[in-house]
Each structure stands twice: as C-alpha cells, then as structure tokens.
Design a protein around this ligand. Structure first.
Ligand SMILES: Cc1cc2nc3c(=O)[nH]c(=O)nc-3n(C[C@H](O)[C@H](O)[C@H](O)COP(=O)(O)O)c2cc1C
Length: 324
C-alpha cells in the first residue's frame, strides 16, 4: 500500500447540503485502492471566517499566519499529497465556502495534485471549470478526468435529507480513471516539492521573509555514510535505514537520498543524503527521534564505526528515492 495521502474535501457546508453524500460516495469508491489512502476532510470541521488574514498567504508564507484557525487549516492541508475537491454549483461557480478555504493558504497547496467532482442541476460543470482556474493559480496540478453529477438523475431521494448518490456504471468507471490519474500525479509531485524547497522558485519572489531567503542561499549539501554491516544483520540494518528514509523524506529541507550496496563486498553499504541546509541538518535533523532506533542498534549491527563524509552538490536536478 502506497503511503500517499489524499483528502476528499467536502466543499459545501449549508444545512441540508448534498455535498457530504457525494463525498462519502467518492471516499467509499476509493476505499481499498493500493495507490493511496483517502480521507474525508469536511469544511464544517474547519470553520473559517471570511478571509481575515492581513496579508495573502502567497506574500507571507506560513510564517505570516496570524490566526489559529488559519494554522489549523494549514496543518490539515499540509498532511496531504493530493485532493479530490467535491464542489456544488452555486450561481454558475463553486461554493463560496470552498473558494474561501482555498484562498486562506498558498504553499500548502503548491505542487500537489487534485481531481474535481462537481454536482448541481446541470452537473456542476461551470463550478468545475472555475475551480480549475483557481487551482492553476495555486500551483495545483488538476487531472483531466472529472465527475459531474446531476441533481435530477444521479441521486436517489434528492429532495430529502436521506439523499444518496446513485452513479451510473460509466461514472463509476470514470471515478476509477480519475483516482488513477490523481495517484500518479500526486506521487510524481512529491519530488517536485522536495526540489522546490531548495530552488528559488517563482512562488518565493513576493516573499521577503528570512526563511525563504535562507532557503535560497543554502547550497544543497550531502552527507555520505558508509557502513560495514555484520553478516546476518543486513536485513535489520536495511529495515532500520528505510524507516529513517520514510520519515525524513517528509522534512522540508530534505532533497534526496540513495541507498547502495557494494556488489563485491556483501556487507558494505552506502547511504547518500542530500539536504538543503547543512546548519539546519546538524541543528535539527540529526537529533530527530526517528533516527534513534537505527543509531542505537548500529554498534551491534556493524563491524566498524560508520564513516561519514561531507559533499556539496553541483547539479540540482534532484530525484527523490522512496521505498514502494
Ligand atoms: C445558492 C444556490 C445557487 C445555485 N445555483 C446553481 C446553478 O447556478 N447551477 C446549477 O446547476 N445548480 C445550482 N444550484 C443547485 C445546487 O447545485 C444544488 O442544490 C446542490 O445540491 C447544492 O449543493 P449542496 O447541497 O451541497 O449545498 C444552486 C443552489 C444554491 C443553494
């Protein structure tokens, strides 16, 4: 099972809304897919006022948020690699609630993937088109396949509180295509996010905060660790190292890693980690709790002390290596 996380966002909040039923159908249809874990995110659970931040999220970055409700929403959105936005059509556009929730944030959306599910008297297609324009501005890659449900033909008991979605076979098949496209792009965009954390991307140009400056200045830096692993301990060593990799690749300053074995000497391994900022690595990363199990076991698992070597990266076309 992939560790990609995708949020199915319920984009309407009014009493009597049908959005929750649509989102629940989407969630159930996506359930059990090996390509990602899907979760419901209901905007009712993140009550945001009309945008009340003094500066735009694009201008300040997350450091500029002044309200707890913004920080709570940002933390939730930051958890996900991709989104299925479930939006009604209100007056030929998406819901104001969803537009407002999108406007609150910027970098938490950037370089992620999304799919659009709309519904309404006419399938919500105009809402979907407006939503796609907004997603482009937020640097969200929106996949081709979308779903549009008619209030007249795709629901059972639409006018009652028990209204449920009743899609056709074709719509079910389209949903599976949509999930597949979304998972592919959500996975690919992880490495884009890692690279963007170091490169001075256009998304940073309006931002004057120190953190962005520091990131721009930082030279990608690498540490190479060579291990001489005892016979019979290779499997445990490999598992512990991969547990570290699975955690560290979510770090903002992480760029890439490579794990290699010397072909003619079975116990000789190499771990190459590339990070955005050497100082931050030594101040923060080396002390991460998730490194502890490996560090504690190393004296038992290796024949000789680990050799660490520092390098400075010359090319910046990073690729992230992940365990599948
Ligand atoms: C304020 C409002 C405006 C609407 N405008 C449209 C519209 O322009 N086109 C359309 O197809 N349906 C329109 N509808 C119908 C909604 O798409 C439909 O009621 C849908 O169930 C609303 O989503 P919700 O139940 O999750 O709030 C509108 C509904 C509301 C409440």
């Amino acid at each position: 099972m992939s560790d990609l996380k995708i949020a199915v966002v319920v984009g309407s909040t009014r009493p009597g809304r049908k959005g929750r039923a649509v989102a629940e159908w989407v969630l159930a249809r996506a359930g059990g897919r090996p390509g990602a874990r899907y979760e419901l995110v209901d905007l009712l659970d993140f009550p945001l006022p009309l945008l009340d931040e003094p500066m735009s999220a694009k201008a300040t970055g997350a450091d500029g948020y002044t309200h707890d409700h913004t920080r709570a929403w940002a933390a939730k959105v930051a958890e996900y690699d991709g989104f299925v936005f479930v939006t009604p059509e209100y007056n030929h556009s998406l819901s104001g609630t969803l537009k407002n929730a999108l406007d609150f944030l910027y970098e938490e959306w950037n370089n992620k993937a999304a799919a659009v599910v709309s519904y309404g008297a006419a399938g919500g297609v105009r809402a979907a088109e407006h939503l796609r324009g907004i997603l482009s501005e937020l640097q969200v890659a929106h996949v081709q396949q979308q779903l549009g449900f008619s209030a007249f033909t795709d629901f059972v008991d639409y006018r009652t509180p028990e209204a449920a979605l009743a899609p056709t076979d074709i719509q079910r098949a389209f949903a599976d295509t949509m999930f597949a496209q979304l998972e592919t792009w959500a996975g690919a965009l992880r490495s884009v996010r890692a690279a963007a954390a170091t490169a001075a991307g256009p998304q940073d140009t309006e931002r004057g905060d120190k953190r962005a400056e520091d990131t721009r200045r930082a030279t990608p830096w690498a540490v190479m660790a060579t291990f001489d692993v005892k016979e019979g301990c290779e499997e445990e060593w490999s598992r512990l190292v991969q547990d570290v990799i699975d955690e560290m690749r979510h770090e903002k300053t992480f760029i890439s890693t490579s794990m290699c074995r010397r072909p003619d000497e079975p116990g000789k391994f190499l771990l190459f980690e590339v990070w955005a900022d050497r100082a931050e690595f030594f101040a923060t990363q080396v002390n991460r709790e998730y490194r502890r199990p490996l560090m504690e076991r190393l004296p038992e698992l290796t024949r000789s002390p680990v050799v660490f070597d520092e390098w400075t990266e010359i090319r910046a076309d990073h690729a992230v290596h992940v365990r599948r």
